[in-house]
Design a protein around this ligand. Structure first.
Ligand SMILES: NC(=O)c1ccc[n+]([C@@H]2O[C@H](COP(=O)([O-])OP(=O)(O)OC[C@H]3O[C@@H](n4cnc5c(N)ncnc54)[C@H](OP(=O)(O)O)[C@@H]3O)[C@@H](O)[C@H]2O)c1
Length: 261
């Protein structure tokens, strides 16, 4: 199964389908790596960076084969605390270099966001992270970083799925060369019983989750579905060998109430 890659704004490439690890541990990550996922999304807040490290170590894969994302949590905003949080994450992950480091949530203070972002810029300049980005930032909060800082975030990871398509955010990201990454890409399973989703799935002989993940990929969005079940981990990865038609895409876009760009 060949998963497409996305080229970030600094030339680094990452798989467009990854594995989300909120509330899962070593066994699920190991299953994902066995299945073929080569992009793992963790965070200091998930308290499972050591599980990710153990799964990576047990996988037999070369370091360069797996793209690892982690994130600085809200209580480590600010320049110094962010640097300390990064080094703690890096130690827990057992990695010399993290592929993508994200600010998990914006602070309510623009100046704090700038301080935190400056710390990520210095980690990037020092070669400790291959790419830096944010998560849950609004276009207005991104504007502040673009005005005050040097490096344009490579990624903004936001909640995004057919029922919440985030059209304004996606258009903003596209204008500024920021890749859109979807958390809760399956809407935590809430969209999987929607009659439009089940009808498209039936027409393709696929599952609702596979159809929703195809919708992400065909919109150029990076998706990181999570599952604790080996069967569903495999199901969610088997999405590279079929395509949705423009009519299917429009039908799925309609769940969000408006037409996607
Ligand atoms: N940046 C942020 O603020 C933020 C916030 C939330 C999440 N995230 C990241 O995004 C990742 C994904 O988001 P998420 O975990 O919240 O939601 P999600 O991936 O949309 O949904 C996960 C849920 O869907 C179920 N599921 C998965 N595959 C399924 C399938 N094929 N059929 C039916 N049900 C299925 C899972 O249950 P089973 O385990 O039983 O399969 C689980 O309950 C997280 O794990 C995390 O890495 C980031």
């Amino acid at each position: 199964m060949t998963i497409p890659v996305v080229t970030l704004n600094n030339g680094v490439t990452m798989p467009q389908l990854g594995f989300g690890t909120w509330r899962v541990g070593r066994d699920a990550v190991a299953e994902a790596l066995r299945t073929g996922y080569r992009c793992i999304d963790t965070a200091e807040m998930y308290r499972n960076e050591t599980d990710v490290a153990a799964a990576l170590a047990g996988s037999g894969l070369e370091r360069a084969e797996v793209f690892v994302t982690t994130k600085v949590w809200n209580d480590h905003h600010g320049h110094r605390a962010t640097l300390e949080a990064f080094h703690a994450s890096r130690r827990r992950l057992g990695l010399d270099v993290v592929d993508l480091y994200l600010v998990h949530w914006p602070s309510a203070s623009d100046s704090v966001n700038v301080d935190t972002w400056r710390a990520l810029e210095s980690l990037h300049a020092d070669g400790l992270v291959r790419a830096i980005g944010v998560s849950n930032f609004s276009p207005a909060q991104l504007d502040v970083l673009l005005d005050a800082c040097d490096v344009v975030p490579a990624v903004n990871q936001i909640e995004l799925h057919p029922a919440r398509p985030r059209l304004e955010e996606r258009a903003y990201h596209e204008r500024h060369g920021i890749a859109t990454q979807a958390w809760a890409p399956l809407a935590r399973a809430a969209v999987l019983t929607h009659p439009v989703v089940t009808a498209v799935a039936a027409a393709h002989g696929r599952t609702p989750a596979q159809v929703v993940l195809r919708w992400h990929l065909q919109h150029g969005v990076i998706a990181i579905p999570r599952s604790a079940s080996p069967e569903r981990i495999r199901e969610n990865f088997a999405v590279a060998d079929f395509s949705l038609t423009p009519q299917d895409m429009a039908a799925l876009d309609s769940l969000g109430g408006r037409t996607a760009p």
